[in-house]
Design a protein around this ligand. Structure first.
Ligand code: SF4
Ligand code: SF4
Length: 432
């Protein structure tokens, strides 16, 4: 694609980067066919190619973001299916991230929308605040189904019963069982520690059972993805720096073989720290090293070798491949292979490349699109005729929860059980 930027514009590193990306697009439109929002509206501007043109015009013109640009970029899930499909290697993720940042800086949203975005950016990354907000939202739960739009979407987030904070989410070291094969830091995260603390507990049991020492580093917390996707650059980069500093102390101390992430949305973000902080001289090198050390839980298990034992219970598993896992990190076959190697039968979900509509805070900000994608995903999951649904991302699990009469658990919970851990709570009601 031909571009027309001035030299002055290209002196900005973000614009120079976006120009490079724009030039790789040959506007073939292959990506459009796999874009979930294009499938819903049929509007070129709700597909990747249309969005790329909108972004190009906005940056070349040196303009503030228009209402049209904001509308169509806001509708994008950042699911990255377009990146998997693109034959030309267009890095849509970095392009749309730059556009979101520009929109946040230059577009004045209606006041209600501004406050909602601020609220999400402040509350979601802070477990104590988020826990308090869920308690409040719990009062509206009985009428959540009839509440309209965003209010309904937020209220439905509140679980029927809020778990207590888990002791594993405090800074500490969990020793490896037997000979120590690796020493890793676990990113415990923010939302996950409140909504499903059992996922981190299962991850720690699973790793230590396989000879891995697990460190929960003091000072580490939210990865920054939630604010990053809202276009809020400064808090996102502060989260990244805080995590890097926390893990760097461990790297310089007893050393780390990896930084393990068990929420694929966060994994995609941490693996991108090197890019995000590339212009920050004080942090660029450390950020690149941390990004290079980052592994999804399934990658580290694959390196060590899973040791399954026979367990009685459901065997037919539908694996929901989260977009941040399959498109963001290029991990699709590996989690399936691990699940199969643990003795489970995989039941294929049709159209597995399409997003479920969760996408971080998207399900709250765009409840209409998110709801349509959820309905479509649930129908496809039902077609798989599985006894349990497994996914490697808390956002998808929460978004789909309760939509089918089917237990929905994290990959780490399934593999923990399959290698000698307790049966996940959700499976007690399932067959077996
Ligand atoms: S598939 Fe790639 S090259 Fe083709 S229009 Fe989409 S982004 Fe551009
Ligand atoms: S990230 Fe997903 S929703 Fe956004 S343009 Fe690409 S395929 Fe479409």
């Amino acid at each position: 694609m031909q571009t027309n930027f001035t030299l002055a514009q290209l002196s900005d590193p973000d614009t120079a980067q976006s120009e490079k990306i724009l030039r790789t697009c040959v506007h073939c439109g292959f990506c459009t066919a796999t874009c979930p929002t294009y499938l819903l509206t049929g509007d070129e501007l709700d597909g990747p190619r249309g969005r790329i043109y909108l972004i190009k015009d906005m940056f070349e013109g040196g303009q503030a973001a228009s209402a049209t640009v904001a509308k169509h970029i806001d509708r994008c899930l950042s699911c990255l299916a377009c990146m998997t499909t693109c034959p030309s290697g267009v890095h849509y993720m970095h392009l749309v991230d730059h556009a979101r940042k520009h929109i946040a800086r230059t577009f004045r949203r209606p006041i209600g929308e501004r406050w909602l975005r601020k609220l999400l950016a402040v509350v979601l990354p802070r477990p104590a605040l988020f826990r308090g907000a869920l308690r409040l939202a719990g009062f509206g739960r009985p009428i959540a189904r009839i509440l309209p739009g965003r209010l309904g979407a937020m209220t439905r987030l509140a679980p029927a019963k809020l778990s207590e904070a888990s002791p594993v989410d405090r800074p500490q070291v969990f020793e490896a069982e037997g000979a120590r094969l690796k020493r890793v830091a676990l990113l415990n995260g923010c939302v996950q520690t409140v909504l499903r603390p059992g996922i981190n507990e299962a991850t720690i049991r699973l790793l230590t059972r396989h000879g891995v020492e697990v460190v929960v580093a003091a000072g580490a917390g939210c990865c920054g993805a939630l604010t990053h996707h809202l276009g809020e650059e400064s808090p996102a980069l502060n989260s990244a720096r805080r995590n890097i500093a926390a893990w760097w102390r461990e790297i310089e101390g007893q050393g780390l073989d990896a930084i393990v992430v068990n929420a694929s949305g966060c994994g995609t973000m941490v693996k991108d720290y090197g890019f995000l902080l590339r212009e920050d001289r004080g942090w660029a090198e450390k950020a690149a090293k941390v990004a290079a050390l980052t592994r999804d839980i399934t990658e580290i298990l694959d390196e060590i070798g899973l040791r399954p034992v026979r367990q009685e219970g459901p065997r037919r598993v539908a694996y929901h491949s989260a977009c941040s896992m399959q498109h963001g990190q290029g991990l699709d076959a590996l989690p399936r292979r691990l699940i199969a190697s643990a003795g489970f039968e995989l039941c294929e979900i049709p159209d597995g490349h399409l997003c479920c509509g969760s996408a971080g805070s998207y399900s709250i900000l765009q409840p209409g699109f998110a709801g349509q994608l959820k309905t479509r995903k649930l129908a496809n999951i039902a077609r798989a005729k599985a006894e349990v649904l497994v996914a490697g991302n808390i956002g998808c699990l929460e978004h789909l929860a309760g939509g089918l009469d089917l237990p929905m658990i994290h990959t780490a919970e399934l593999l923990d059980w399959a290698t000698g851990g307790p049966k996940p709570a959700g499976l007690n009601s399932a067959a077996g």
